[in-house]
Design a protein around this ligand. Structure first.
Ligand code: PA5
Length: 444
């Protein structure tokens, strides 16, 4: 099996010596042992590690059955936040035609809710739901996360009013905890089709569970191919070797971090990958940002953001390194054309593929940023499809586990996320939070 993810570290060599890198590879291999040996912090949450190779045919065909059942549905609202949102959103954006809504493609249009509490957003979504045939996938492991729970209350109510309670139940799929949790109880009471988020898989590691699989299947994508890519990468990343791509990536980012590069910019050159970067930010940010430590994960989409963030990256504080997701081959072909007036002076690129221009922008930027003090890690995938995306998700998950153990933190908890929730509940007057409410009122 060929490794479809190629890592190029040439543009980091000026910043990390060969000897230093080799030391970091050794620490990465130790962290790899901790992860594989299930001996590290949070090791009760390692269900994602062998998930791709262990996903049952039954689960895959259950996902596909939902897609068949909803074949005539025009709009599917996927409700979820954080790890119960970004995986599906990133895969759908990456794989879909950029303008499929405008083209009126046949597969149901997928939209998201519950990832914010904007009144305007949800009210406008209801405008859309009012003129379409609608179904809903609600994703929440706990079932009590405020944002999706609020959205689901409203959308469930809307569906019941529109279709009646019994028909609404056929139009709702719940993806939640196996046994505990409010959503599980509701789903059982109402008779919704239910999928399980395994207990040993946290939200940000759940893209290859039904959390990602059901929305993707419903949107008409090949989830078998996605899982095949992930399973092949699972195999590659299980090797205890300095050539393991997850080991290499974990090693270099920790080496750069300890050399003062505190911010990692995930760079994409295709707008379809912007949400892959959002997913990646959550994965690394929530896994590593704790105990006063962690690389700050940020992202840019070039060339757009070269016209907004390019100046800072080139000449601002020298605390940044870049990790570029480079896509070798574009799925579409389009040539630049010649113009008889040539007023913009661009005839020199006529008859060139736009992807060649994009690649030269990528190389030119890499050299400019490198010369300006920004190390560059290149992660190349052959093209954007289900297989390569599955590989990429798994690769980043494995690298994240290794990298966080190198840093000495628990990759699988997120204690800091609770603080805002407690304040929000107190400020909204949730019973039991009265003391906190008094403490907060009058501040700011
Ligand atoms: O990674 C995480 O654990 C979080 O982002 C959660 O997925 C997010 O808070 C949603 O939680 P839940 O699925 O319980 O609604």
């Amino acid at each position: 099996m060929e490794n479809n993810i190629k890592i190029d570290l040439k543009a980091t060599e000026k910043f990390v010596s060969e000897q230093e890198f080799s030391n970091y590879i050794n620490s990465a291999l130790k962290a790899f042992d901790t992860l594989e040996g299930r001996k590290g912090k949070g090791s009760e949450y390692l269900g994602w590690m062998n998930l791709p190779s262990k996903t049952s045919e039954e689960l895959i065909s259950d996902c596909e059955k939902v897609a068949k059942r909803w074949a005539g549905v025009e709009l599917v609202v996927v409700i979820g936040i954080g790890g119960s949102y970004l995986g599906a959103k990133s895969a759908l954006d990456a794989l879909s035609h950029s303008f499929q809504t405008h083209l009126g493609r046949k597969t149901p249009q997928i939209v998201f809710a519950g990832q914010n509490v904007s009144e305007e957003y949800l009210a406008e979504l209801i405008d859309l739901m009012s003129v379409k045939s609608v179904a809903c996938i609600v994703i929440s492991k706990s079932g009590t996360t405020t944002e999706p729970a609020v959205a689901f209350r409203i959308i469930k109510n809307f569906l019941e009013e529109k279709y009646g309670r019994r028909d609404a139940a056929i139009r709702i799929v719940a993806i939640t905890d196996a046994s505990k949790g409010a959503l599980k109880v509701l789903a059982d009471n109402e008779g919704y089709t239910t999928f399980v988020i395994p207990d040993d898989i946290g939200g940000r590691f759940s893209v290859l569970t039904p959390v990602g699989l059901v929305p993707l299947a419903v949107a008409g994508f090949d989830i078998r191919y996605l899982l095949k890519g992930a399973a092949d990468m699972e195999n590659i990343c299980s090797e205890r070797s300095p050539d393991n791509p997850a080991v290499i990536y974990a090693a270099i980012r920790n080496a750069l971090y300890n050399n003062g590069k505190k911010v990692e910019l995930l760079v994409t050159y295709n707008p379809k990958l912007q949400y892959v970067a959002e997913w990646w930010k959550q994965l690394f940010g929530e896994s590593e940002g704790k105990e006063g430590k962690g690389i700050f994960p940020a992202s840019v989409n070039f060339t757009s953001d070269l016209h907004s963030m390019g100046q800072y990256i080139q000449q601002g504080e020298r605390i940044i390194f870049e990790t570029v997701i480079s896509v070798k081959k574009s799925n579409r072909s389009l040539l630049s054309n010649s113009d008889s007036q040539n007023l913009d002076g661009l005839n020199f690129i006529s008859d060139k593929h736009l992807d060649v221009c994009n690649k030269m922008a990528e190389l030119g930027t890499k050299i400019a940023h490198y010369d300006g003090g920004v190390p560059n890690i290149k992660i190349e995938i052959p093209s954007i499809n289900e297989y390569n995306l599955g590989s990429l998700y798994y690769f980043f998950e494995k690298a994240c586990g290794i990298s966080a153990y190198m840093l000495g933190v628990n990759p699988f908890d997120q204690p800091g996320v609770e603080d805002y929730k407690i304040n929000m509940f107190a400020l909204l007057g949730k019973p039991g939070y009265e003391k906190r409410e008094q403490e907060l009122k009058g501040r700011f």
